[in-house]
Design a protein around this ligand. Structure first.
Ligand SMILES: Cc1ncc(COP(=O)(O)O)c(C=O)c1O
Length: 399
């Protein structure tokens, strides 16, 4: 018998070598208590959270929590069914209404996760005969959506407008074309030149899907994302998003003005063949989305936090993923995995949690300490964070 697990041996060995040095496992942290969007207890210690996707800090919003509790009492703990059978409650309709209003679009379809939203929409609209042109740094759920639909995948260099245009021009005349982009790329925290890319895509007869997972709620005047900030949201055919970041719960969605969009509810397998979200989740999401419509002050404070942290880390001597802060994510580039893991552990001991990211999830084989800011981080907390980076950086020889 061939052990089907033998393909994982190199990874098992790399992990064992790292842990043999005595380092804490960076991928096995337990939050013993979560006190707020920005503070948790980890290993018995008060820890500032700088590695969540809770950009707008909605997880403890009193109205959001109350809506979830009320729905739990009134509708029970789960739907036990698909959206197309017994799994559509008034709450599912209400959260789709909230999304339509939030994006000012005609259609909204909610999935059980953002991963499934990409998987479902991409695989359903682009099949074997169609071409998907996508940024090489696209999220795993985008690649998996392309694979599930069996489309021809044409990747292009990250954020390279000319490369996108060249790939599009090489596709046979008359073929179906979908360009897939992200507003914010979550590893380095950089944004896409959507204005130019959408124009090039349209000029070459392609439909465009933009994943705004990391920009919803924060970027753009109304928090609709990078497409809104760059003034081209009406030219985007499909926007994908998630409830697991700024919305503060779990779930995924697609919004669109396409006149035939609703047919997806009958043909999209990751929508049809899975249970719908629990009533408490859709109730928290709807309340959160409606509050994000009035989130201008929070957005302004989050930008301040992002700028302050970026400038401070740079001043301490760290190498960052972007020259200027472009989103709520600031990536600190580490020389290698060992140093990255040591720095991650030193920060945790100081009382700071960040995300350690390493290949293959990261671009160009980089090891990163990814910091994601929250609108609920106070200015004092950002000061504390910088002091902890300074201490950990000196202790590990990173700076
Ligand atoms: C760009 C992007 N798209 C989609 C997803 C999937 O979102 P979810 O957590 O809702 O499955 C993520 C999650 O990290 C993401 O970064």
């Amino acid at each position: 018998m061939t052990d089907l697990f033998s393909k994982f041996d190199p990874l098992i060995e790399q992990r064992e070598t790292l842990l043999a040095t005595g380092l804490t496992d960076p991928f096995n942290l337990v939050m013993e208590k979560v006190e707020s969007p920005t503070v948790a207890i980890c290993n018995g210690k008060r820890t500032i959270l700088l590695g969540t996707y809770n950009y707008m800090g909605m997880t403890f919003d009193p109205d959001v929590v109350a809506a979830g509790k009320k729905a739990l009492d009134e509708f029970g703990s789960g739907t036990t069914g698909s959206r197309v059978l017994n799994g559509t409650y008034v709450g599912h309709r209400a959260v789709e209404d909230a999304l339509r209003e939030f994006y000012a679009m005609d259609h909204a379809m909610v999935f059980s996760t953002g991963y499934q939203a990409n998987l479902g929409v991409i695989s359903t609209i682009a099949g074997k005969e169609d071409y998907i042109v996508l940024d090489i740094d696209s999220h795993a759920s985008i690649y998996d959506g392309c694979a599930l639909g069996n489309a021809q995948i044409v990747p292009f260099r990250h954020n390279d407008i000319d490369a996108l245009e060249k790939r599009l021009k090489r596709i046979p005349e008359g073929a179906g074309k979908l360009v897939v982009l992200e507003g914010v790329y979550s590893m380095l925290g950089d944004i896409a030149p959507l204005k130019e890319m959408v124009a090039v895509s349209k000029a070459n007869g392609a439909m465009v899907l933009v994943d705004e997972a990391h920009s919803m709620g924060f970027i753009g005047e109304n928090g609709r994302g990078v497409a809104e900030a760059e003034g081209i949201i009406d030219d985007v055919d499909f926007i994908i998003g998630t409830f697991s970041k700024s919305v503060g719960t779990v779930g995924g969605f697609c919004v669109s003005n396409h006149p035939k969009f609703e047919i997806l509810r009958l043909v999209c397998r990751p929508y049809v063949f899975t249970a719908s979200l629990p009533p408490s989740v859709v109730a928290t999401a709807a309340t959160s989305i409606r509050k994000l419509m009035d989130g201008a002050d929070k957005r302004a404070h989050l930008w301040e936090n992002s700028k302050r942290l970026h400038a401070g880390l740079r001043q301490l001597g760290f190498t960052l993923g972007t020259d200027e802060p472009q989103s709520a994510i600031i990536a600190v580039i580490m020389p290698d995995l060992e140093t990255g893991a040591a720095m991650w552990e030193a920060l945790l001991k100081e009382g700071l949690y960040v995300n350690l990211a390493r290949p293959p999830a990261t671009p160009a084989g980089k090891t990163l300490l990814r910091c994601s800011l929250c609108a609920e981080h106070t200015t004092d907390q950002v000061g504390e964070i910088l002091a902890m980076f300074g201490a950990a950086g000196r202790a590990t020889g990173c700076i």
